[in-house]
Design a binder for this molecule. Sequence first.
Ligand SMILES: Cc1cc2nc3c(=O)[nH]c(=O)nc-3n(C[C@H](O)[C@H](O)[C@H](O)COP(=O)(O)O)c2cc1C
Length: 225
Amino acid sequence: MINYEALYKISYGLYIVSSGDKTRGNGYISNTVFQVSSKPARFAACCNKNNFTAGLIIKSGCFAVSVLHKDTSPDIFGRFGYKSGKDFNKLEGMQIKYGETGTPIILNDSIAFLDCRVVQTFDVGTHLMFIGELVQSEIINESQEPITYLYYRQVRKGIAPVNAPTYIDRSKLEPKVQSLDLKKFKCSNCGYIYDEASEDKKFSDLPDDWICPVCGSEKIDFIEI
Ligand SMILES: Cc1cc2nc3c(=O)[nH]c(=O)nc-3n(C[C@H](O)[C@H](O)[C@H](O)COP(=O)(O)O)c2cc1C
């Protein structure tokens, strides 16, 4: 028997994994970056085969990891975690630095970065696991703490979309009891649920300029569920 709640007990951080070059770069939000060896220092990054970034990592043979902090803006999660670089240039307007490998590194809301060269690639199912050897790393901001996946879920109320390795079909989780006169509204972009049972305001009483706290989408993008 599989209890899907048990999978939430695994700890992760949250990162932007980027790749490409000066002509075309891109990045995606990832909670599956971790160090796999000390000498040489090597890191794994799991990337969905459908992510636009996967093709850029394969082509360039490099990826960078930006470590996000706890107050990372919803716009960053919205742009890098719920939209694809297939549809627009995610790096436009971002603070970018090019690492020693030539990879674009996103500095917005980041406290440190790693720049890696791919040494191995594993096909693990829905995802490719890239193993990258560390070429360069720097601290950008000492005053902020790294955000964890737990904090993202419990405090920021974010959920991982279908392309994340840790995506869990919510119908597999135990249903919670809900009062009939209180409603739930779901963000059509990131899946965040505004649950009137746990908020102090009805959804209809929120101001028109209220935005999704997870991805920055507008109130109009919410649908009642
Ligand atoms: C909290 C969170 C964690 C995620 N973790 C991963 C991950 O580890 N691997 C992955 O491939 N996608 C992950 N995703 C999904 C990608 O960020 C998302 O599919 C993105 O739009 C892909 O962008 P791209 O097509 O421009 O590469 C995650 C998204 C969120 C919001």
